[in-house]
Design a protein around this ligand. Structure first.
Ligand code: 26V
Length: 793
């Protein structure tokens, strides 16, 4: 899109006048941002309308990515970048004398997700638009997103995230596309004249689902797709009563802040059905208008189930095809399976969703009937071939529970994991039985990230350097970054690379100063761990490493200075995770106040980790901590973002770390710890207490949890110690401790040779292109959704 700076300034002034009846200079930064967002939305509007019309006219196959979470991040800068207008607008803002940093910062970051799963969904929407695919998001417009995290006395305190308070300029309410979603009541199947049974609903509780659409603008493609988020409202007949508004609205009031504790929550079940039913109804309505015959559905529509939360899409599509479209079971089933595909995002057995049948029947009586029938047919079909034991374990209904992962696999034509090791482990662990029955459905699709947000926007010093050294091709094709390899031994380039990193570190140091009042040396090694707080991710191991360094300093050891940067939210009900948060804050207080540590060791735990904070932290990282127990982290994606901005990875052989090592080369990663197979073999004979007794350093550090050496962690220290010694250290922190230290000492040694360090950073950046989400969605597009031609092998 071509807009001159002059034209932009005129447009900006016009919109300010129309919207606020005022001149730009009289608006607050928030109002300036809102005005600018409207201008940009206007610039994208034609492409958006054209993309929709084009997809319909050419009958392009559409992907609908169903996800209960999306985390798009701030959109202003990324929309400008993708439209090719960022430079023009920045120049315009400068000409107007406006504080562009303040304008960008005024945008709220919609935290409509918990972590990796939600961020991946948004990265995929960005990538689909940027590769010209017609791919849309379908999810929930939560009134309150993931809580805002604050620290009070080292404790995590949760504050509601009122992200819609100032309105959200990117969304468009489409009341004309609202649909009704029915809950409860009962269904009678009444035989009609044709012999087909008609489902008659009585006493249902109806809720209006209103879509809010946000444009997903492709990077210089002209493709603009849609993220459609549904809000619940009372139906017209009930809209007059205030109580009804509150009751209906409750469905989309808040995001569950928890990836561990949603089991059995009726409101969560309502949320899931709400956005699945609304999404499928709107897809079918649109499809019939544009294509007519529902029997062609899988030729033109792919519905993707992002984790099990939308898995009831299998049953809902069956309901629509049987009850509304009057198809016969076999045909409806064949269409459903051909339309659906499913991604699994975790190996944690306790995370596999199940619903008590009683609850499911009460809330979704018709879907429950269909679940019984799917289960009956599944058993009948596979019993003789696979035997009752296996078929029982693979069936959707077991012990009065509906097993959503089983339903998702049975009702989809494709199932995938999110990194090679994860996809392999799915076949031998959580989905092993289903793999026996449907081996051909399984594949791997390693996750990806969008280098546009993480490099082009968040790391301008690096991006500018890259342009200068290898040209700009990498901006369109991140794989072109391999060209950097030929500069990995060029001292001039390496010193410029380190200068760019240093610039980012100075910026992060200023943020740490402003947020925590802590001064950190920008020339220290910045050692970063940013992700949800979970026992399996082992932030505790990182803390133990810090304490070991602290003790060494107390004994006079000299090591390269380090600044440890943490970002992590804990689920409000996850006690252990909250104890670890308090521990990190207490260790930070101890270390940061100790004059012996000044200039040598600092700990900065930045509150409220999310997409925006990640953008500030990632470009400044020297070390990327990816230290989950092998076999527990499905993929990880911060590992990819940190690699792309030149951090060296300190990692176990888990998730996508393995593929990162393979891509960047063994030397470029500090690998440590048990492998997945070793961990599995160790489990039956593991004795954590024995490790504690045997290793004096470990002994001392574990004791520090409870002997008062770290002030203010009495109960937390006891709880963590108990997890380690009484509950036998579920995630093998003690088992991997010594090797973790050894890997850290290797990094220390490398730090002493800045040229060698910079060379490895270069290898990481050069190899990061293969983790572009553009490539990931193209693999989905070719092999699962069939919206792109198969590539010759
Ligand atoms: C659920 C639970 C529940 C029980 C306790 C531990 C636990 C841990 C994780 C979860 C999974 C939530 C789904 C999720 O966000 N998975 C993440 O998906 C990312 C994108 O594929 C992937 O990179 C992360 O490794 C994976 O944890």
């Amino acid at each position: 899109m071509v807009i001159t700076t002059t034209q932009f300034i005129k447009d900006y002034r016009d919109v300010a006048l129309r919207w606020f009846a005022d001149g730009l200079e009289n608006l607050s930064p928030l109002q300036q941002y809102q005005t600018l967002a409207l201008v940009v939305k206007g610039y994208a509007a034609r492409d958006w309308a054209r993309s929709k019309a084009h997809a319909d006219k050419t009958q392009q196959k559409q992907v609908y990515y169903f996800s209960i979470e999306f985390m798009p991040g701030r959109l202003l800068a990324s929309n400008l970048l993708n439209l090719g207008l960022k430079d023009v607008v920045d120049a315009g803002l400068a000409k107007l004398g406006l504080d562009s940093a303040a304008v960008y910062a005024a945008e709220r970051d919609p935290g409509l997700g918990n972590g990796g799963l939600g961020r991946l969904a948004s990265a995929f929407l960005d990538a689909m638009a940027s590769t010209g695919m017609a791919g849309n998001g379908n999810g929930i417009r939560y009134r309150y997103g993931l809580f805002e995290q604050r620290f009070v006395d080292g404790y995590q305190v949760e504050v509601p995230d009122d992200w819609l308070r100032d309105s959200y300029p990117w969304e468009t309410r489409k009341e004309n596309r609202a649909v009704i979603v029915k809950f409860g009541g009962h269904v009678d199947l009444v035989p009609g004249a044709s012999g087909h049974l008609t489902a008659v609903y009585q006493g249902t509780d109806d809720v209006l689902a209103v879509p809010y659409d946000t444009a997903m603008i492709g990077y210089r493609t002209g493709t603009v797709n849609t993220m459609r988020l549904w809000a619940a409202e009372p139906t017209a007949e009930r809209a007059h009563a205030l109580a009804e508004t509150a009751r209906a609205g409750a469905i989309t009031e808040f995001l569950y802040p928890d990836d561990s504790d949603t089991a059995g929550r009726e409101l969560r079940l309502r949320q899931e059905y709400f956005f699945v039913s609304a999404g499928l109804q709107s897809i079918l309505t649109h499809f019939k208008r544009t294509h007519g015959d529902v029997r062609l559905l899988p030729n033109f529509v792919a519905v993707h189930i992002n984790d099990t939360h939308p898995a009831m899409a299998v049953l809902e599509l069956m309901r629509l095809l049987l009850d509304e479209e009057q198809l016969a079971w076999d045909q409806a089933w064949q269409l459903t399976v051909a339309t659906m595909s499913y991604t699994n995002h975790t190996l944690m057995a306790e995370a596999l969703e199940t619903w008590p049948l009683g609850m499911f029947q009460d809330l979704l009586p018709r879907l429950a009937q269909l679940a019984f029938e799917v289960d009956r047919r599944f058993r009948a079909r596979y019993l003789s071939r696979f035997g009752s034991v296996l078929v029982n374990r693979a069936a959707p209904l077991q012990d009065g529970q509906l097993h959503m992962a089983n339903l998702a696999v049975i009702g989809s034509h494709a199932v995938n994991g999110v990194a090679k090791i994860h996809s392999e482990l799915l076949k031998t662990t959580v989905l092993a039985d289903l793999y026996q029955i449907f081996p051909d459905r399984f594949s791997n699709k390693t996750n990806g990230i969008t280098p546009r947000r993480w490099v082009q926007l968040a790391d301008v010093p690096l991006a500018t350097l890259l342009d200068d050294v290898i040209g700009t091709k990498w901006r369109h094709q991140p794989q072109a970054l391999v060209a950097l390899r030929s500069h990995a031994s060029d001292p001039a380039f390496l010193s410029r690379l380190m200068a760019a990193k240093h610039e980012n570190k100075v910026r992060l140091a200023a943020l740490i100063q402003a947020t925590l009042g802590l001064e950190v040396p920008a020339d220290a090694m910045f050692d970063v761990q940013i992700k949800r707080l979970h026992a399996y991710k082992r932030q505790l191991l990182h803390v133990f490493g810090i304490l070991e360094h602290y003790l060494a300093i107390k004994k006079g050891a000299v090591r390269p200075p380090r600044v440890h940067v943490f970002g992590a939210k804990a689920a409000p009900s996850y006690r252990y995770a909250k104890a670890v948060i308090r521990l990190i804050n207490a260790v930070a207080a101890l270390v940061n106040a100790d004059p012996d540590c000044a200039g040598k060791l600092a700990v900065a735990f930045l509150p409220n980790y999310g997409v925006s904070l990640a953008e500030a932290i990632i470009p400044a990282a020297d070390v990327s901590e990816q230290i989950s127990l092998a076999g527990t982290e499905a993929s990880g994606t911060s590992n990819m973002k940190l690699m792309a901005t030149g951090a060296l990875t300190l990692a176990t052989l888990d998730g996508a770390n393995i593929e990162i090592r393979d891509a960047a080369g063994k030397e470029s990663m500090a690998v440590f710890g048990l492998t997945e197979q070793e961990a599995k073999a160790l489990r039956p004979q593991y004795n954590a207490r024995e490790r504690y007794e045997r290793d004096p350093v470990l002994h001392r550090i574990v004791d520090m949890l409870t002997d008062g050496s770290i002030p203010n962690i009495e109960s937390e220290g006891r709880e963590i110690r108990a997890e380690l010694l009484d509950y036998n250290d579920t995630y093998f922190v003690l088992a991997d401790f010594a090797d973790y230290l050894a890997a850290n000492r290797r990094l220390d040694a490398l730090w002493g040779d800045p040229v060698a360090w910079a060379k490895l950073a270069t290898e990481n950046i050069a190899a990061s292109g293969r983790f572009s989400a553009d490539l990931t969605v193209q693999r989905y597009g070719r092999e699962i959704w069939r919206v792109l031609p198969e590539q010759p092998v």
